[in-house]
Design a protein around this ligand. Structure first.
Ligand code: NDP
Length: 241
């Protein structure tokens, strides 16, 4: 029987590629999103993957949304915490709102989602949690104190939870993408991309969402059962840990 996979922020960008790759690999996939109904409905129509709207920074909404997916598809065995936002600003100009929005979505969102599938995974003696962190959580990035803090926090969360899940065959891993050609990155002015960002990437190009999706499919698979608490760095050689 095929396993159920939930991908947060699974309707656009990297998340959309992850949802599609998991479906192609035989999973029953549920993709969530925050508010862009148009993109979500177009994604659903094009790919035949169910879409569900809620804000991952809201614990109660996560509980209700997960319960609906479990009722429709069955217990969630693979959770991909991919939803994320940026609210970039140099620190001296950063507002408390910019700080909290990013921490609430990119870090607390992982607690809100994972906490509510954890018991089911423990009961089922199987689980895969895959957290999409970032190169900027590993190396830090000026203008992203909020984002870098949240993404570094995701890595600590991954390592702690891996130790708790191990005896129940629940693996918890993270992926740190470098610069990937999604709307989030293509919103950066072309001049900045071409003159400042791409020259820092030894392979000489942005990554593709599908290149991250294939890492997720591997970590979700039975082949990856001995891998937990680890971080896959997928950044074209830009930064080594
Ligand atoms: P996109 O902006 O293209 O897509 C983000 C997705 O997350 C959308 O589906 C969006 O929903 C959803 N989302 C955002 N906020 C929330 C929320 N509060 N609750 C529920 N869903 C939410 O992002 P990317 O594909 O570029 O990034 C995906 C992940 O990868 C993020 O965690 C990002 O930090 C990380 N990453 C990205 C890199 C890149 O180069 N692109 C590099 C390193 C890491 P909606 O469509 O409704 O807005």
């Amino acid at each position: 029987m095929s396993r159920v996979a939930l991908v947060t922020g699974g309707t656009r960008g990297i998340g959309a590629a992850i949802s599609i790759a998991l479906k192609d690999a035989g999973y029953k996939v549920a993709a969530t999103y925050a508010g862009n109904d148009e993109k979500a409905q177009a994604f659903k129509a094009a790919n035949g993957i169910g879409v569900y709207k809620w804000d991952v920074s809201n614990y109660e909404a996560c509980g209700e949304g997960i319960a609906k997916i479990v009722a429709e598809l069955g217990p969630i065995e693979v959770l991909v915490n991919n939803a994320g936002i940026t609210r970039d600003s140099m620190f001296h100009k950063m507002t408390p709102q910019q700080w909290h929005e990013v921490i609430d979505t990119n870090l607390t969102g992982l607690f809100n989602m994972t906490h509510q599938v954890w018991s089911g995974m423990r009961d089922g003696n199987f689980g895969r949690i895959i957290n999409i962190s970032s190169i900027n959580g590993q190396k830090g990035q000026a203008g992203q104190a909020n984002y870098s803090a949240a993404k570094a926090g995701d890595l600590g969360f991954t390592k702690a939870l891996a130790q708790e899940g191990a005896s129940k065959s629940i693996t918890v891993n993270a992926i740190c993408p470098g610069y990937i050609g999604t709307e989030m990155v293509l919103a950066v002015p072309e001049k900045v991309l071409n003159e400042r960002i791409i020259p820092q990437i030894p392979v000489g190009r942005l990554g593709k969402p599908e290149e991250i999706a294939r890492c997720v499919v591997f970590l979700a698979s039975d082949d990856a059962s001995f891998i937990t608490g680890s971080t896959i760095t997928a950044n074209g050689g830009q930064f080594f840990v």
